[in-house]
Write a protein that binds this ligand. Structure first.
Ligand code: MOS
Length: 754
């Protein structure tokens, strides 16, 4: 097989783009026509306690209302917790909508109104009267610190902090330079553009087709089959298009349960859409309180690293992520102590949100590194280079590749870092203070088991199918590119069918693993198609292929040819004719290499450089320039890859400056459950962002050589912004988001102490 790039590696536009911009792409709520019933959930208005009375009479009499479900009349479902556990469930008891009269969190769905129209269901929902016995809510992580605990059951073994190594406390005590700081990050709430929705289409003989907003059609499929005891053959879940998810769609949400419950009960099609407000009552990025202590010698070499994180979870599940382990592997250090604890709050269970754990943990670590750079008095990039790790010391494994040094070098060059003055408050642009900050990003690079099917027709058209999802990431396009590359056909001649639970098995789209996993499965299936073609070609009379092996042939322009002489070959049509077939279809499959994993480990890396301009009097910070240099292995499509990083950087700016769920701890209620008051970066907040992909060869991370790019873009951004604000103002603000009030307060303190 020739190794020249034909389609993979080109900056091609998304193949699903025209459908999306023309409105032709149907999302979960866009399905279903006449006769569809609509459900609307009623949220609890206390955060903890019990329902004493739920009065639905008035709502039931509202025109168009069909039925109202509460805990008093909910159809029976499985009693067994295990049946409620989806593929990425957590230790604990999964939430069961309308299970009983208990209120576990503000906004918990306590009734479902089903009506002939969405408007009728929504209006009737406002007429449901509820009497509660409210109890005192506990929602303040700071106050619950005293009740922290180590999660008794790990979500994943890899999330458990390793045993301490060396003598971290002793080394810290003896070191000439040290810092120890506490960082607070408030909770963030998922606000993808598309609201959660499920359309359950009731069909003859109990068949159900469900259009669900999810990151995994098969995960939703298995969940509803288990919970409702349905025949898996009779249920299909589709997620053809997903309007952003970022982790919010990994686990099934209550609208899926409700749509299926009502469809089964009423034997009719039912659609349940969430409101924007309800999006705040789902999974969220948990607040953390972290302490990082670092010590170094006179040259800035790390002598001690200690990182502790306390993180919020709910009362019914132990959500966990890897917050602190990064601190033991990002830099070389022989004395390390890492610890991680949870505190239970009266909130909905937190969940994964773009780069879960790293987005918060690496932020604290990278702010601490900046503080150490200033303590020792050396350039922040130089400090990181002096502590460059060439092994994962947590696991004592070798990296399959690590071009992070190139990220520092190329990112710094593009940003112009060399002309930075070290001293804080020393750079200005007119009235604005100017600050330059940087940080390292690190995320796991991994593949998951994935399967795919590829069919090539005699006419040279190809079809790829898999249950994989495209949550806005570009999956359609890169899977098409991989097939086009191996089969030697133009991308226009490849159709990609994904987002359907009946297609070849694929896990949820998450963890930045989809392109590398499903892409490698498509590569394997396409390779198998080519091999079958070669086998048929060899059986042809006077075959020119003789003893040629699969590595010595290529498919190009509709012909199977010999690599050493492209003139020698046979057309796909002639080969299939001779074999008496009209198409060839093969399966492909990949899984992590367990043997290799004993010695090697893979991470994606980045170096992010940020410029802020800050109006001291108004306290307004603008992120005027970002350079993100990424080492992500082989880049399958530089255009969709760049979009992933841009999106990550924008979310990072949101983390740094804007996003904050505000809870009134007296009532335990989320006060800003709308996108007018929950601030996210808008266009005016996003200025110049440049993305660089540094060269990185990796023949071990995945068969395709690709690492994932969905999450690395956000990691380190909030730290780099905060470090830039320090450089601009001389003040460290260790409480995110860094809003105007905090900057004004810091300025005020600076004035008072001056
Ligand atoms: Mo990602 S937070 O695993 O969708």
């Amino acid at each position: 097989m020739l190794n020249e790039t034909k389609v993979v590696g080109l900056p091609l536009s998304r193949i699903d783009g025209p459908l999306k911009v023309s409105g032709g792409a149907k999302y979960a709520a866009d399905h279903g026509g006449h006769g569809m019933l609509h459900g609307y959930a009623v949220p609890a208005t206390v955060a903890t306690g019990r329902i004493v009375e739920i009065e639905t009479g008035l709502a039931e009499r509202f025109p168009g209302v069909i039925k109202i479900y509460t805990h008093e009349n909910r159809p029976k479902t499985s009693e067994d917790d295990d049946k409620w556990k989806d593929a990425v469930a957590l230790p604990g008891h999964p939430f069961r909508p309308l299970e009983n009269d208990r209120i576990l969190y503000d906004g918990q769905p306590i009734a479902l109104v089903v009506a002939e129209s969405f408007e009728a269901a929504r209006d009737a929902a406002s007429l449901v009267r509820v009497r509660y016995v409210a109890e005192e809510p506990h929602t303040d992580l700071g106050r619950e610190q005293r009740r922290s605990y180590v999660p008794p059951q790990p979500r994943k073994e890899e999330f458990v902090p390793p045993e301490p190594r060396g003598n971290p406390q002793g080394a810290f005590a003896d070191a000439p330079f040290k810092i120890s700081s506490e960082y607070r990050l408030e909770g963030e709430y998922h606000n993808p553009m598309e609201l959660f929705a499920s359309t359950a289409l009731w069909e003859e003989d109990g068949f159900l087709t469900i259009h669900d907003k999810t990151q995994g059609s098969q995960n939703s499929h298995d969940y509803v089959c288990n919970v409702f005891g349905l025949d898996p053959e009779k249920v299909t879940v589709k997620n053809s298009f997903v309007g952003g998810a970022f982790g919010s769609g990994l686990r099934p949400k209550h609208q899926l349960f409700f749509a299926v419950m009502a469809a089964l009960d009423l034997k009719q099609s039912v659609k349940v859409e969430m409101s924007r407000r309800e999006m705040f009552y789902l999974t969220w990025r948990p607040a953390t309180i972290q302490t990082v202590s670092l010590a170094a010698d006179r040259e800035g070499r790390l002598l001690s690293v200690m990182h502790h994180a306390l993180q919020a979870t709910s009362r019914y599940e132990d959500y966990q992520e890897n917050v602190v382990n990064w601190a033991g592997l990002a830099y070389k250090c022989d004395n390390v102590r890492l610890s991680y604890e949870l505190a239970e709050l009266d909130v909905s269970t937190p969940g994964d949100m773009r780069a879960p754990g790293a987005a918060t943990g690496v932020t604290a670590l990278e702010m601490a590194m900046d503080e150490l750079a200033y303590e020792v008095g050396i350039d922040p990039v130089e400090l990181r280079l002096r502590n460059f790790a060439t092994r994962d010391q947590n696991q004592d494994k070798q990296f399959t590749s690590k071009a992070l040094d190139a990220c520092y070098r190329e990112g710094a060059a593009r940003f112009g870092w060399n002309s930075r003055s070290f001293t804080p408050r020393s750079m200005r642009d007119g009235n604005d203070l100017v600050g330059w900050g940087m940080a390292t990003g690190i995320w796991e690079a991994t593949i998951m088991p994935a399967e795919a099917k590829v069919r090539l027709s005699a006419g040279g058209k190809a079809a790829v199918s898999a249950a994989a999802s495209d949550i806005g990431t570009g999956t359609y396009t890169v899977l098409g590119q991989v097939a086009a590359e191996v089969l030697g056909v133009p991308l226009d001649d490849v159709t990609v069918l994904i987002g359907d639970s009946s297609l070849p098995k694929t896990g949820v789209e998450g963890g930045s693993w989809t392109a590398a996993s499903s892409g490698s499965a498509v590569q394997a299936a396409s390779g198998a198609v080519r091999n079958t073609l070669l086998k048929h070609a060899k059986s042809m009379p006077n075959s020119p292929f003789g003893q040629a092996s699969q590595d010595e042939v290529t498919l190009a322009e509709g012909r199977l040819v010999l690599d050493r002489n492209h003139q020698v070959g046979v057309s796909i049509g002639d080969i299939m004719d001779a074999a008496g077939v009209s198409f060839i279809e093969e399966h492909g499959k990949v899984a992590p290499d367990q043997e290799q994993a004993k010695k090697f480990i893979s991470y994606t890396h980045s170096a992010v450089f940020v410029e802020v301009k800050l109006d001291e009097e108004l306290g307004v910070t603008r992120v005027t320039r970002v350079v993100s240099a990424v080492a992500g292995g082989r880049v399958l499509n530089p255009k969709t890859a760049r979009s992933q990083i841009l999106g990550g950087v924008v979310m990072g700016i949101g983390m740094a400056l804007h996003e904050e769920g505000m809870v009134d701890h007296r009532t335990g209620r989320i006060m800003n459950h709308n996108i007018a008051e929950y601030h996210m970066p808008a266009h005016a907040d996003v200025e110049d962002i440049e993305v660089i992909f540094v060269h990185e060869d990796d023949d071990k991370v995945s068969p395709l050589g690709a690492k994932g790019l969905g999450e690395i873009g956000i990691i380190g951004v909030a730290a780099a912004v905060s470090n830039a604000i320090f450089h601009a103002t001389g003040k460290r603000i260790r409480h995110f988001p860094i809003t105007i009030d905090k900057i004004l307060e810091a300025n005020e303190e600076a004035r008072r102490s001056a």
